[in-house]
Design a protein around this ligand. Sequence first.
Ligand code: KDO
Length: 331
Amino acid sequence: MRTTPSLGLAFGAAMLTALATGAVAADKMTVRISSPAVPGDWHAEQLFIFKDYIERSLPGQFDVQVHLNGTLFQQGTEPAQMKRGNLDMAMISAQDIAKQLPQYSIFTAGYLIRDVPHQKAVFYGPVGKEYFDAVSKEMEVTILAVGYLGTRQLNLRQYREVKTPADLAGIKLRMPGSKDWQFLGQALGANPTPMAFNEVYLGLKTGAIDAQDNPLPTDEKAKFYEVTQQIVLTDHLVDGVFLSIANKTWDKFNAEQKTVFKEAALIAAEFNNNNRLRDEARLVEFFKQKGLKVTVPDRDAFRKHVQKMYLESEFSKSWPQGLLERINQAK
Ligand code: KDO
């Protein structure tokens, strides 16, 4: 009896070829990243560096999808979506974390982190380890890397003489919509107004808000300079973003995949940091050329006022004993 030439064999061979070339889309794990960041801003661009590194290092295993402009999930909703298993990755902020771990609102305080080396010493040292462990336990999210979002500066719709926090009295300063962000606006002496990042351009254009605060590269990439007249270099927050992955996704990975994701995150963060620092150094000139006034206030007055407000606030009452000193001393 003739054995039937096997359809199974032919299919099997085709499958093997497809697998070898990575063409079986169903076998790829989709990893969706959501961010409100605008295309071109460095923390958005770093996500494509991250994607390329993973897809080249682990061919055929992952389809990393980057969703910008808050089109997949709105700013601030990412941690809950990751916990529920609807989203794989996001760049979360210290303010997102403080909503669920209020004892760590210390990392939302103005004039705390001094610069990028200090940021790295804090978050890649023992303090950061405790913090990241708590985030993983309570929020079910693993932090892979910390990126420098930049140093936040005030950006006003209309020119105004600003030397001290008292000069911001009555200014409707847009801050992101959580109580930690709002308090920072208050500590700066302004009247904070919550608004999502992706609505800020229009808010400035229409006059719904008088001011916003962001690092200079974001002011450039989101084109805020088109609808504002002044930047006040307060340097009030050396800001960070944590590139993070849902534990529901992370726990599915093998050891090699985890290693590659960590490497990719660190490479992406370094790319972001270098470009952002370079841009911060060049952008004052750029904004002046665009017709904005760039002014330097009495930074000591801002620093003293903001630090005093935090130390006297409800926030600082829940900060772990000795943590402020450990952060200040981190090297
Ligand atoms: C903003 O809303 O001002 C902010 O800068 C807050 C950050 O934590 C981060 O969410 C950032 O927006 C977005 O990534 C957009 O750049």
